[in-house]
Design a protein around this ligand. Structure first.
Ligand code: C5P
Length: 225
């Protein structure tokens, strides 16, 4: 029997590990809310670019937070992000936005400022939170913590397919190089580096498809909930 007390399922891992699609399908299966925390960093980066704020300038980035107007609407396959009331689903997924997000995400005080924004997503009946530090920093007491891994080659291929499906152009070699660079930045930053929580279940998704990973993760939640 699953308990009725609301709980958090934290899903962390590098870009292209499949955690976004996994989080979406787990949230749907449990009928839980969904937090795509990467989208929050991407939206802040988009806002900074819109207003001409230098991504290295932590003080100026912090000044954006009081007016950081974002919301998500549930779409058929993904959540649709809005920034200042404008649908930014396309621009938020661009590689350039991911890259800008990882620059914004290096700043410890910006990360702190975004904690409350992220924690506000936790409402009954529960939350599936997808990111880099969900299990370590944002929801350290999450009932379930998963950390997805996959080789950089596989992750680049997945991202390539995603971008092509969205009608965007992409180059696998560039994607792989960008991903390796972003991993390096995310793993080696001082503020909340990308590492599995000590109590996370690490899943290598290199050889598994979405249905297989979903089954494994849901099975674990049902057995231990
Ligand atoms: O997951 P996604 O590719 O959308 O994340 C974009 C960037 O945002 C990541 O490369 C990472 O630097 C940053 N991020 C983070 N902490 C999170 C989620 C994303 O630092 N919880």
């Amino acid at each position: 029997m699953m308990s009725r007390e609301p709980f958090v399922v934290a899903i962390d891992g590098p870009g292209g590990s499949g955690k976004g699609s996994l989080a979406f399908s787990i949230a749907r299966a449990l009928d839980f809310h969904l937090l795509d925390s990467g989208a929050i960093y991407r939206l802040l980066a988009l806002k900074a670019e819109k207003l001409g704020v230098d991504l290295d300038d932590e003080d100026k980035l912090l000044e954006l937070l009081p007016d950081f107007d974002i919301r998500f609407e549930t779409g058929a396959e993904l959540a649709i992000p809005y920034l200042d009331g404008e649908d930014v689903a396309q621009s938020v997924r661009l590689e350039s936005s991911g890259d800008a997000a990882s620059q914004v995400a290096r700043h410890g005080r910006v990360r702190k400022g975004l904690l409350a924004v992220q924690r506000a997503f936790f409402k009954p009946p529960g939350l599936v939170a997808d990111g880099r530090d969900m299990g370590t920093v944002v929801f350290p007491r999450a009932r379930f913590k998963f950390f997805l891994r996959a080789s950089v080659e596989i992750r680049a291929q997945r991202r390539y397919k995603q971008l092509i499906n969205m009608g965007l152009s992409a180059n696998i070699a560039h994607l792989q190089a960008d991903m390796a660079e972003r991993d390096e930045r995310d793993q080696n930053r001082n503020a909340s580096p990308l590492v599995p929580a000590e109590d996370a279940l690490v899943v290598d998704s290199s050889l598994l498809d979405l249905d297989q990973v979903t089954e494994l993760v849901l099975g674990h939640i049902k057995e231990n909930g």
